[in-house]
Write a protein that binds this ligand. Structure first.
Ligand code: ADP
Ligand code: MG
Length: 673
């Protein structure tokens, strides 16, 4: 008998050549093949009358052959045509290089044609339709045909056949989900689910099978999260932070009073840092809610208790900003700080490494550079990451691994619904800062068309005359990666023509070196620049309270959560701020979408709407960060299954299940951590 672990060339019809093609898809064994799930399914619907066919849509027609099959030579092509009809209309069928069809179609016979209708010279036509006899189609109609991920040279038919062969091993699939969970949650047998996902009888059955597989994906992921939590959260607190005198002083020195939300977050952090187990906390707060101040309080307390702390930001510009802010704010407290980024000069990096190891640096601020292997800390007690949604779970774990279980504080402006939080931050406690500083005026918004641009510029001029500063997010050109720089430059030049000479206009884009970026950001902070034209590099966390206008070109091309982040760059000081969203599309949906932002400044509401519209993939920029990829599961659409998997893990927890005995490695290989 064939074994599930055998290589796929033991399947009939698969030779070394085909096996090599499968390897490109990372399919080596029969088991791999069984887990190559269809990308989608083709369905065969009931035929419809020709008169009801919609151009461009996959359609099945039941029609009678009306004309002889005609074969014409056009250049090197053999053009095969024939006309078919039903009681409601006729369609011209077209094939290329298939002269044998002359033997297939005869006047008066009925066939089912499946394809997409187009209109040419006022006539319906279908190019290269599939065709079936009535009995053939009867069989197809109820089923769903799997469509597999492919690679060049490998056809869907070949994969489909191979999978059919592999199904003889289906009984050998091992279901590792604990028996008690299988029973308690009435899971269908894993082997039925796998078989059913390849060749479902109908949609309903497909959903059931899929749900079982999605359950497994979520379940193993959550078990893994649980294991991480056991390892990290329950770790003993070796850095007891008990002396809060200087931190209290710092709070007194602030030019503002902390908001209620900030105070609560600080209290929770205090409790964590002086508790038995280490802190693993996420602070969620809308843009401008003042998360940095909370972070600073924690940093100062840790340092004043004799330990080191690290503060990691997703971009160099942001790291730089935090570095300067912390230097300034901690000046009276005699704290030794340093900045470490990818672009830091090698000689300086070496010095910093040394100083960190010797304990000559109290707070290190930087980007991913902080978690490189070379960095060794003397006594790292606290790690803070800002705008966490840009960091993967793995990076967070790596940073924790730097010390002996340091306290971890994660700050994010992205409000996430509870189901998503289970996946993203399942191993963290959560504090939410619900309020923004009271004296702050809500940003005034408008959504306008390109015609409004000159008016917007005039308005900006008035704001500049009042001493304020402006951000403009540059238009996005298709495939903008490479033309990004050019694009920003061109736009800046067009602005120079419009504004008087005294107005300083600078630009910022992702292709600039970090030094350039940093120096521009510093000039902007020092008010030497009036208008900053930028790509979205400024999206995350930049803080210049004097900026009062944010204009976003091509606003329709951004996600709502991202627009909200961009808008969050203004409205950070006492003056009234404005966000001008320039929409270059007159599609109704585009305007409706932007209108959500126009009418709300509430990040939680907006994020939820955005999530509804786009799903979590785009929402979190998953494609870039590789953060939460499941093969089948979709955290938003399969929220029910996610809850069920969460319940299963909780159920096991209650029963004292020995999670540490489970090796999740095999099961979550599809998930990028
Ligand atoms: P975010 O939560 O988006 O990271 P920041 O921490 O950058 O926000 O804070 C935004 C601005 O609000 C900063 O200029 C900061 O000094 C100011 N700020 C923070 N807390 C308060 C407060 N309680 N009252 C007034 N202003 C505050
Ligand atoms: Mg911030």
């Amino acid at each position: 008998m064939m074994q599930i672990r055998e290589r796929i060339d033991s399947l009939k019809g698969i030779g070394p050549k085909t096996a090599a093609l499968f390897e490109k898809l990372k399919i080596y064994t029969i088991e791999d093949l069984l887990k190559l799930y269809p990308r989608t399914y083709l369905s065969y619907d009931e035929p419809i009358p020709i008169s009801e066919a919609e151009p461009g849509k996959r359609t099945a027609l039941r029609a009678v052959i009306q004309s002889y099959v005609d074969i014409k030579k056009v250049r090197n092509l053999k053009l095969v045509t024939c006309t078919v009809k039903d009681g409601t209309g006729s369609v011209k069928m077209i094939w290329y290089n298939s002269p044998f069809l002359k033997q297939v179609f005869h006047i008066g016979q009925t066939f089912i044609f499946v394809g997409s209708i187009s209109i040419r010279n006022h006539q319906f036509q279908m190019e290269h339709p599939e065709y079936y006899t009535l009995p053939q189609y009867e069989k197809l109609i109820a089923s769903l045909q799997p469509v597999y991920p492919l690679t060049e040279g490998l056809s869907n038919k070949t994969v489909s056949k191979a999978v059919t062969g592999a199904l003889s091993c289906i009984g050998q699939i091992k279901d590792n989900v604990p028996k008690e969970v299988q029973e308690q949650f009435s899971l269908m047998p894993l082997e039925d689910a796998v078989a059913g996902v390849h060749f479902p009888q109908n949609r309903q059955q497909l959903m059931k099978c899929r749900n079982r597989l999605v359950f497994d994906e979520f379940f193993w992921f959550l078990v893994h999260m649980h294991q991480m939590r056991e390892k990290t959260i329950k770790a003993q607190n070796r850095f007891l932070i008990t002396d809060w005198k200087e931190a209290e002083q710092f709070i007194k020195n602030l030019t503002f009073e902390l908001t209620k939300g900030q105070k609560e977050a600080v209290e929770e952090i205090k409790e964590d840092l002086s508790g038995d187990t280490v802190m693993n906390r996420l602070i969620q707060g809308d843009v401008g809610s003042g998360k940095t101040a909370v972070a600073e309080i924690a940093l100062l307390a840790v340092v004043k208790n004799g330990y080191q702390a690290a503060f990691m930001a997703p971009t160099e510009v942001l790291a730089m900003q935090h570095f300067e802010g912390i230097q300034r704010d901690f000046e009276p407290f005699g704290v030794r700080t340093a900045l470490l980024c990818g672009s830091t000069k090698l000689s300086q990096k070496r010095r910093i490494y040394e100083d960190l190891q010797n304990g000559e640096i109290d707070i290190i601020i930087g980007t991913h550079a902080l978690i490189q292997e070379k960095v060794i800390y003397k006594n790292l007690a606290l790690v803070i990451t800002d705008e966490q949604h840009r960091f993967g779970v793995r990076q967070r774990a790596m940073l924790s691994g730097k010390g002996t279980d340091p306290h971890v504080l994660v700050m994010s402006a992205t409000p996430i619904p509870r189901t998503l939080a289970i996946i993203m931050y399942g191993d963290l406690d959560i504090s939410v800062i619900k309020d923004v500083p009271a004296e702050r005026k809500p940003v005034k918004n408008c959504v306008v068309g390109p015609k409004y641009r000159p008016t917007a510029y005039k308005f900006m001029m008035e704001q500049i005359n009042e001493g304020h500063q402006i951000y403009i997010i540059c238009p996005m050109v298709e495939a903008s990666e490479n033309v990004e720089a050019e694009n920003v430059l061109e736009y800046q030049e067009s602005l120079i023509e419009f504004f008087p000479k005294e107005v300083t206009i600078s630009y910022l884009h992702g292709k600039m070196s970090s030094e350039e970026k940093n120096s521009i950001m510093r000039d902007f902070a020092d008010r030497k620049i009036h208008i900053l034209v930028s790509t979205t590099v400024i999206e995350v966390g930049i803080n210049n309270p004097n900026a009062t206008v944010m204009m976003i070109e091509n606003a329709e091309k951004f996600g709502l959560a991202q627009l909200h982040q961009l808008r969050g760059r203004v409205g950070r000081g006492d003056a009234q701020s404005y966000c001008i969203m320039l929409c270059s599309s007159d599609r109704k949906e585009a305007l409706e979408r932007l209108n959500i932002l126009n009418t709300s400044n509430d990040g939680f509401y907006i994020a939820n709407e955005d999530l509804k519209l786009r799903g979590p993939g785009d929402f979190f920029g998953v494609r870039q960060s590789g953060d939460i990829l499941f093969q089948l599961g979709d955290i938003y659409n399969n929220a029910d299954v996610l809850k069920q998997a969460d319940a299963a893990v909780t159920y096991l927890e209650r029963k004292g299940f020995p999670f540490e005995t489970i090796d999740t490695g095999n099961h979550i290989s599809q998930v990028q951590l």
